[in-house]
Design a protein around this ligand. Structure first.
Ligand code: AVJ
Length: 327
């Protein structure tokens, strides 16, 4: 049996690295070139994102922490609805720093639930599991490593209890508006009538505040982007010269799209395994979008995907909102 699980683990690791290679080659053979920010999170990327969350410029963490620390009761009321046991599924849980406040509250109230954190990084999931077992030794936890929908479907199969989905930290911002709409519609299809979704949205605000959060002076965000090139070198046999790429950030206050790019500083060829990629001087790689929303953008998204808004909990500055949606 152990042998079997080891083999299936090996198989899924092989699949993962094949998908990674395919996505990278597709993206770099496209025009304009792009890479997916979901691949930022290897061990080094996890560490860099932890550093980003601690930066003074990165207000998002503090805003949502304000909500989870100070409006825990309201959050709990919003998701509890009845007193039936439920599964609390967190998409992109990371280190679960914010949700731990909610988990503690629910545990103290004697709520019967299983916590199912989903993350693409197995590394951060084991960090999370260790932390939680120290803080809340009695919690039922089922970590799921992989892509959101694959793991969601797995969670739906594991139990038939009511589902509460947490999607925090502005993770939904990493999708374009179209992708977010498709994502929410698929989520709506998968869920049942009593289920609840709680999504964190970063709101449109002073454009300088947004831009500074993604172009910090200390250069951590730049390093976070460049680390994906290093990861390609490490895992896919690439030979990117990191020195020859520079991070560029932009924010469009009309559309609310904050975008990260890497600029090639010269004409250069990069090898990835046997493939060669040509870069022109000043050609960019589209790396990441972090979408910002107005309250009416959120209403529109909920409506378009079949949900209705049941509640809205903001931080004291009204910079960030956790929106509670009913199926
Ligand atoms: C993890 C998606 C919420 O977009 O704000 C932070 C990732 N990228 N700085 C975000 C990120 C650059 C972050 N999310």
């Amino acid at each position: 049996n152990l042998q079997l699980t080891k083999e299936s683990k090996k198989r899924s690791e092989k699949n993962n690295s094949e998908n990674f290679l395919n996505d990278v080659l597709n993206g770099l053979h496209s025009n304009p070139k792009h890479l997916s920010s979901k691949y930022f999170y290897d061990k080094k990327g996890d560490e860099l994102f932890q550093k980003i969350m601690a930066m003074p410029e990165y207000y998002l963490t503090r805003c949502e922490l304000d909500i989870f620390k100070n409006k825990t009761e309201e959050l709990a009321k919003g998701i509890r609805s009845n007193h039936e046991p439920f599964d609390l599924i967190e998409l992109g849980a990371g280190d679960a720093m914010k949700s731990t406040y909610l988990l503690k509250h629910l545990t103290e109230k004697g709520t019967d639930f299983t916590y199912m954190p989903i993350d693409i990084s197995g590394n951060i999931l084991s960090v999370l599991e260790n932390n939680l077992k120290m803080q809340l030794p009695d919690i039922n936890i089922t970590p799921l490593e992989g892509e959101y929908f694959q793991m969601l479907k797995k969670a739906m199969k594991l139990s038939s209890r009511r589902k509460v989905i947490l999607f925090l930290g502005g993770n939904i911002g990493n999708m374009t508006r179209k992708e977010a709409e498709k994502f929410c519609a698929s989520l709506h299809q998968l869920l049942n009538i009593e289920d609840i979704v709680l999504i964190g949205f970063d709101l449109k605000k002073n454009p300088f505040t947004v831009l500074n959060a993604y172009s910090d002076k200390s250069g951590i965000t730049a390093e976070f982007n460049l680390n994906l090139l290093s990861r390609i070198n490490r895992e896919l046999g690439g030979n990117f010269n990191i020195e020859q790429f520079e991070h560029y950030e932009s924010y469009d206050p009309i559309t609310g799209a904050c975008r990260s790019f890497l600029i090639s500083l010269k004409n250069q060829q990069v090898k990835i395994g046997k493939e060669t990629i040509d870069f022109a001087e000043n050609e960019v790689i589209d790396m990441e979008v972090s979408q910002k929303f107005s309250k009416s953008d959120i209403e529109y998204l909920a409506e378009r995907s079949g949900f209705s808004i049941a509640g809205e909990i903001s931080d004291s500055k009204d910079w960030f909102v956790d929106s509670i949606w009913k199926v």
